[in-house]
Write a protein that binds this ligand. Structure first.
Ligand code: NOJ
Length: 450
């Protein structure tokens, strides 16, 4: 039994390139699919886009200074593939790459551990036009990209994440069509896409290992973790089972489809039953590639699922008037404990909370400050639950609040504010929210004030 958070626990915050950088065609960057689709009417709320976003590309020094002031131990950000290799393959854009070297140097000078995500959804449009994730060539393209970035940042960056949420960029992007590129692929195509994904992940891990000594590598999936109705073994087992199950139509949104092959080398039994002979096949060498050992299980977690007793019945977290965030997501702090427990049991790796946070319709009050007591309460509750997992001896490496800045929330545009820091998009003025000052105290006490 542990007591509390380790002294080297990574208290941090997160972001993603497309959501904050702006500078969408500057210094050699070309279009990614999110840039391209935002130019067309009807895809993004209010016709908004990430062209300027938080202008972080030009203001990263100011942003890192705020992170330093808050005492962040780590900062998780993503590299923009179309900034570094504009077409997705071939010519490297040195200027674009230099931005990340500069950002990392700034973080290191501020005493903040950089955590790099290679792919956070903005696939270069030129690669998309050649078939994107369905084209087997993408494995080589991604491998080159991983090689270029890990060489440029070697000796500086220790924490690496290959992919952010395949459940969204393949599940929503290519299965339900809710996210860019807004497509609904056939099951056969999704099998090819999945195979390419697994191989691209494994090849990237190999490149990072080769280029960076002492790298700590993971992925950052998401998915619905079911909270047991009661802390009794029968309920726990039911919740565990449901957490790792999938439906035939929704398999690309599940946790197990993306995690079991990577961490255990085999597809989950349900997948075998649903898809039998169309399941991707791997040679022995390919299997070694996709199961390249990882150092942690990164997880993006916002809300838990309930266990409807009647099939198709209501999730018990969606009762009338239940607490919800501006995303309409249920406030369910206990999910922190249960996700750490279930994921550690199944995959045997230390857990890193790569994202957690809440959206709010924040604004600047008459006194010039941003008062967000509900966000403080939200983080407080979720971290207390995380602490339960830590006390039980489950290894948890860190907590990255989503997000450091208010930012561009994909199809939802700019209304939903997740930041610890308020961004006025007209002036680009940053205002540190009450929650950020509170989080600073949490970090300074290593979670002891909770
Ligand atoms: C998941 C994604 O990784 C991130 O890009 C997004 O903004 C947050 N969660 C909130 O939806």
């Amino acid at each position: 039994m542990g007591k509390g958070f380790n002294k080297d626990f990574l208290w941090g915050a997160a972001s993603a390139a497309h959501q904050i950088e702006g500078a969408y065609l500057e210094d050699g960057k070309e279009m990614g699919i999110w840039d391209s689709f935002a130019q067309k009417p009807g895809y993004i709320a209010h016709g908004e886009n990430g062209n300027i976003a938080c202008d972080h590309y030009h203001r990263y020094k100011e942003d890192v200074a705020i992170m330093k002031e808050l005492g962040l131990k780590s900062y998780r950000f993503s590299v923009s593939w179309p900034r570094v290799i504009p077409k997705g393959y071939g010519t490297v854009n040195e200027k674009g790459l230099q931005f990340y070297v500069d950002l990392v140097d700034e973080l290191l000078d501020a005493g903040i551990e950089p955590m790099v995500t290679l792919f956070h959804w903005n696939l270069p449009t030129a690669a998309y036009e050649l078939g994107g994730w369905e084209n087997p060539e993408i494995v080589k393209w991604f491998e080159q990209y991983a090689d270029v970035v890990s060489k440029a940042l070697r000796g500086k960056v220790k924490y690496w994440i290959t992919f952010n949420e395949p459940q969204l960029f393949i599940g929503a992007g290519l299965t339900s069509g809710a996210y860019a590129p807004f497509e609904r692929k056939s099951t056969e195509s999704l099998m090819k896409i999945s195979k390419n994904f697994f191989l691209a992940h494994g090849k990237a891990v190999r490149k990072i290992r080769k280029n960076c000594d002492n790298a700590k590598i993971g992925m950052a999936p998401t998915g619905e973790v079911v909270i047991p109705e009661k802390a009794e073994s029968e309920c726990i087992e039911k919740a565990r089972k449901k957490t790792f199950s999938m439906t035939k139509e929704g398999f690309t949104s599940s946790i197990a489809w993306w995690s079991d092959p990577v961490f255990t080398g085999v597809f989950p039994q349900e997948a075998k039953t649903y898809f039998s002979e169309i399941l991707p096949e791997f040679t022995e060498e390919e299997r070694r590639i996709i199961t390249e050992p990882l150092d942690f299980y990164g997880f993006n977690i916002y809300q838990g699922g309930g266990e409807p007793d009647i099939p198709g019945g209501y999730d018990r977290y969606s009762y009338q008037g239940s607490p919800k965030t501006a995303m309409e997501w249920n406030v369910t702090p206990e999910v922190m404990y249960w996700c750490c427990k279930f994921l550690y049991e199944r995959y045997g790796k230390p857990v890193m909370i790569t994202e957690n946070g809440m959206a709010n319709y924040d604004w600047i009050a008459l006194d010039g400050k941003v008062h967000d007591p509900n966000r403080i309460d939200f983080i407080h509750r979720y971290i207390l639950s995380l602490k339960e997992a830590v006390k039980e001896g489950i290894p948890v490496l860190g907590y990255q609040y989503w997000s450091i800045l208010d930012n561009y929330e994909w199809i939802n545009g700019y209304d939903k504010r997740f930041g610890l820091v308020y961004v006025d998009y007209w002036t680009q003025k940053r205002t540190v929210k009450d929650s950020a000052y509170w989080y600073k105290e949490v970090i300074a006490s290593n979670g002891e004030i909770l």
